[in-house]
Write a protein that binds this ligand. Structure first.
Ligand SMILES: NC(=O)c1ccc[n+]([C@@H]2O[C@H](COP(=O)([O-])OP(=O)(O)OC[C@H]3O[C@@H](n4cnc5c(N)ncnc54)[C@H](OP(=O)(O)O)[C@@H]3O)[C@@H](O)[C@H]2O)c1
Length: 280
């Protein structure tokens, strides 16, 4: 296949680096879009985006920190404008499942005049092993709100496989996909699975949304970060539609989504969870 130039924003992150890896193995030319890349790409500094996008045919857009935050719409609109000027052929946008604010960003991509696919994802398995919840897992105590909510966790490897497929196959043009795993787990069930496969004690403590926000304030985390976490737990996890399992991964890839157990078993073979307290 002809080598075409891909720009993968978030190309060192959870989904981005897996997409970069897959495209490079297929022989494609890939440019990483992140603050540490050369040329540097920063969502807050659009002045050099024409340079970053120059010569690019396909862009994977994964916005930081989340499409729901103030300023996201404007940034997506600017990247779309720059992409159009540069003759980009296709945009694949990673979006959140059941987020109204994210849908406003999706509409900018859909109405861009550039070919597109929208990929809405549920919570990633990798939140437990690649930042966010990793420190709690290593501490052996995970305290989270919305303990009753059943979540169709999705694996970043499945998302990467889907994104590569939709880039390379025009049948996925102008489609909106919703990616979930094929089982519903509470946070406690997910943590218990990690505890089982690592044979480490990890305690789950249910807390209220208010207790969780207060704890973040006591840790002096920035207010905009607290706002986003509150939003993700209250609005996104609180939306019953986000507990619905979809068949999109199986329909696109022709295989079942990776289960949370299989994910946990893979991670437990690495050093990532090695420092957790050993079971008495
Ligand atoms: N995590 C989930 O469960 C989940 C679920 C659904 C949707 N999403 C969406 O997925 C996206 C990624 O979220 P994530 O939390 O999983 O992060 P992630 O993909 O692991 O993000 C890290 C990547 O973003 C880059 N980055 C960070 N700040 C940046 C900035 N200001 N400008 C440009 N690049 C920046 C990092 O590289 P540098 O540090 O080098 O810049 C790195 O490549 C978000 O839009 C989120 O809403 C996440």
């Amino acid at each position: 296949m002809k080598k075409e130039q891909f720009l993968i924003t978030g190309g060192t992150g959870k989904t981005g680096r897996r997409i970069v890896d897959r495209l490079q193995k297929l022989g494609h030319a890939v440019r990483i879009g992140s603050r540490s890349a050369q040329p540097s790409f920063d969502w807050n500094r659009p002045h050099n985006w024409p340079e970053v996008v120059k010569g690019i045919d396909y862009i994977y857009i994964t916005y930081q920190p989340d499409l729901a935050v103030p300023g996201a719409k404007e940034a997506i609109a600017e990247l779309v404008r720059v992409s159009k000027n540069a003759g980009v052929k296709k945009l694949v946008l990673l979006s959140g499942k059941g987020e109204r604010e994210a849908e406003l960003c999706e509409e900018i991509v859909i109405n861009s005049g550039i070919d597109y696919t929208i990929v809405r994802a549920s919570w990633f398995n990798q939140n437990f092993s690649e930042n966010f919840l990793l420190d709690s897992i290593l501490d052996g105590v995970v305290a989270l709100p919305q303990a009753h909510v059943k979540i169709p966790f999705v694996d970043a490897n499945d998302i990467a496989d889907v994104v590569v497929e939709v880039f390379l196959n025009d049948a996925h043009s102008q489609k909106i996909y919703e990616l979930t795993g094929n089982e519903l787990l509470t946070f406690k069930e997910a943590v218990d699975t990690i505890s089982e496969v690592t044979e480490h004690d990890i305690t789950f403590i249910p807390v209220s949304l208010e207790e969780y926000s207060n704890a973040m304030r006591e840790m002096q985390l920035p207010e905009d970060f607290i706002w986003l976490i509150d939003y993700l737990f209250e609005v996104v996890l609180g939306n019953p539609e986000n507990s619905i399992i979809t068949n999109d991964i199986e329909n696109i890839l022709g295989k079942k989504p990776i289960s949370f157990m299989a994910y946990a078993q893979e991670v437990s073979k690495t050093n990532i969870w090695k420092n957790t307290a050993v079971k008495a």
